[in-house]
Design a protein around this ligand. Structure first.
Ligand SMILES: C[S@@+](CC[C@H](N)C(=O)[O-])C[C@H]1O[C@@H](n2cnc3c(N)ncnc32)[C@H](O)[C@@H]1O
Length: 220
C-alpha cells in the first residue's frame, strides 16, 4: 500500500547539479514527513514495494521489532527510505549499495535527517560478496539487524547476495527481508535462504505481493 503524504506542501529543493533526478515522493512514517528523491537512472533510484512494506511493518510493530539503539545494516538500500525509517525509530543505521547509487542515497539521507535528533546514519559502498572481510571485518562489525527489501529480482548477483547475508548473519543478528514475489527464481532464492537461516514469514502484503521474512542464522 502506497502511503499518502501527511502534509501537502513541503518545500524540497533539488540540489544544484542533480537535475537528472526527476521526481520526489512524500511519505509519512514514525510521525515524520519523509521526502525521497527518485530518478530513472538505476534500479536503486526508485522506491520498491518491499521497502514500503517493511517501513509499514516497522512502524506498526515497534514492540516486536525494537530498533532503539540497535545496529542496523541495510543491503541494497536504494533511495534510503528503509534506512531513514529505521533511523527515525532509533537505530544506528549503515545504508549500503553499489557506487552508482550512493550519491542519491546520501542526498536523501542527509536531506531527511538534517535537524533530526537521531543517531547519525552512515552511507557506505557494499557490493555483495566483494571484500567483505576487508571492508567489514567481523572483529569490528556486528549488526543486530540486516534489512533488505526487493534485493531479489532478475540479476546475476544472487549467490553473492546470499554470501553477504550469511556473512553478516552472526549469532544474535536478525535478518528482515521483504520481497515482491514475481518469478520462480524468487522462490528458489528463498529455499537457499532457508538452508542458512531459520526463517519465519512474519507478514504478507497481498496488494503488492510482498512477503516479509524474519531469519536468524542456523548455528552448527
Ligand atoms: C530493486 S532495488 C531495491 C532498492 C530498495 N531496497 C527498495 O526496496 O526500494 C535493488 C537494490 O539492490 C542494489 N544492488 C543490486 N545489485 C547489487 C550488488 N551486486 N551489490 C550491492 N547492491 C546491489 C541495487 O543498486 C538496488 O539499490
Amino acid at each position: 500500500m502506497r502511503k499518502e503524504p501527511c502534509l501537502q506542501s513541503f518545500l524540497f529543493l533539488l540540489e544544484e547539479g542533480s537535475s537528472h533526478y526527476f521526481d520526489k515522493e512524500h511519505y509519512c512514517y514514525a510521525g515524520c514527513q519523509i521526502v525521497i528523491q527518485e530518478s530513472i537512472e538505476n534500479f536503486g533510484a526508485v522506491v520498491w514495494p518491499g521497502a514500503l512494506a517493511l517501513c509499514q511493518y516497522l512502524e506498526s510493530n515497534q514492540q516486536e521489532i525494537d530498533l532503539k539503539d540497535k545496529k542496523v545494516l541495510e543491503l541494497g538500500a536504494g533511495t534510503g527510505l528503509v534506512s531513514i525509517v529505521a533511523s527515525l525509530l532509533g537505530a544506528y543505521v549503515t545504508a549500503t549499495d553499489l557506487p552508482a547509487v550512493l550519491e542519491n542515497l546520501k542526498f536523501n539521507i542527509s536531506k531527511n535527517m538534517q535537524n533530526m535528533n537521531v543517531h547519525k546514519t552512515e552511507v557506505r559502498k557494499l557490493v555483495w560478496g566483494e571484500d567483505l572481510d576487508q571492508n567489514f571485518p567481523k572483529s569490528k562489525y556486528h549488526y543486530d539487524f540486516i534489512v533488505a527489501t526487493d534485493v531479489v529480482y532478475h540479476h546475476a548477483a544472487l549467490d553473492d547476495l546470499l554470501t553477504t547475508m550469511a556473512y553478516f548473519g552472526q549469532p544474535g543478528t536478525v535478518l528482515l527481508w521483504a520481497n515482491k514475489y514475481r518469478f520462480s527464481t524468487d522462490f528458489e532464492f528463498l529455499e537457499k535462504v532457508n538452508n542458512i537461516f531459520n526463517t519465519t514469514l512474519i507478514a504478507e502484503f497481498p496488494e503488492s505481493n510482498v512477503k516479509l521474512f524474519k531469519g536468524t542464522i542456523k548455528e552448527n
